[in-house]
Design a protein around this ligand. Sequence first.
Ligand SMILES: [Zn+2]
Ligand SMILES: [Zn+2]
Length: 334
Amino acid sequence: MELELTDLPQPEIGPRDVLIRVRACGICGSDVHGLDGSTGRRIPPVVMGHEAAGVISEVGRDVKAWKPGDRVTFDSTVSCGACHFCRQGDINLCDNRQVLGVSCGDYRRNGAFAEYVAVPENILYRLPDGLAFEHAAMIEAVSIAVHAVNLTPRSLGDTAVVVGSGMIGQLAVQAAKVAGFSRVFAVDIDDAKLEMARKLGADEVFNSKNTDAAKEIAERTGGRGADAALEAVGATDPIRTAISCVRKGGTVTLIGNITPKIELPLQPVVTREIRRQGSCASSGEYPACIELLSSGKIRVDSMISARSPLDDAASWFDRLYRHEPNLMKVIVQP
Ligand SMILES: [Zn+2]
Ligand SMILES: [Zn+2]
């Protein structure tokens, strides 16, 4: 697929939509992978981009709670508000879920790598004045980590291990600390990322290339293993590591999903009664994330590798696609 910068008519808004002047939009891994057509979720033509923040410029006829000039961010997922799951608050599991900036055959919804994006009012969140747009554009990523930690059973004083120190892993380390895990270990195969995890609050870090992380963590947890693991890669090796690092009866929360299939070590999972919990997007965690970012309890500054105007975004997609080292989040500023 080719990335193209083009003039489009200003998006139309329905009676319950608002039009947003986009001020920052993060490039997500799913956008970068979507480019080569392998995921089938970015069928052209589509405006990508779902991690955004900006200012309302126009509101639909029936919109009462919002006005032009309001600083906002919005959920990456458009939920219907009416299905069984939405009515229980599980908006990430909505039967009619659409993701902004995705075009997959079932639907096409233009996203926020653009000057303007139209979104329904039910997915908007107000931003405090002090929260920068580029930080607000990271809320979607923060919410993924916070949701995963919320789904993970825990008691005060428990220990956790976060496997994978990419951006979501870095956020999961911070969310786990905020959530009351007394010690949080980080495991990765990249020393630079582990150093970043340490700076962001990981108590100890282990490079699984040259250390037996399960053994090290068992030694530090009375021989038992961590109470919970958060897996933020989504491939056989890191999932095996996560399973081997938790105690009997522990939980492995699966966030990453870069590979469609994995090989599961069934014996330890069954005989040690390991729980596995999938975690997808977020459901209602945005206000908490705004608070955690505003108060500095979760920090995202060190994860922003670059900022780019819209007309230079294609070159950043290219650098991300080629896995240029030390690139984490690139923020496009239309
Ligand atoms: Zn994303
Ligand atoms: Zn729904």
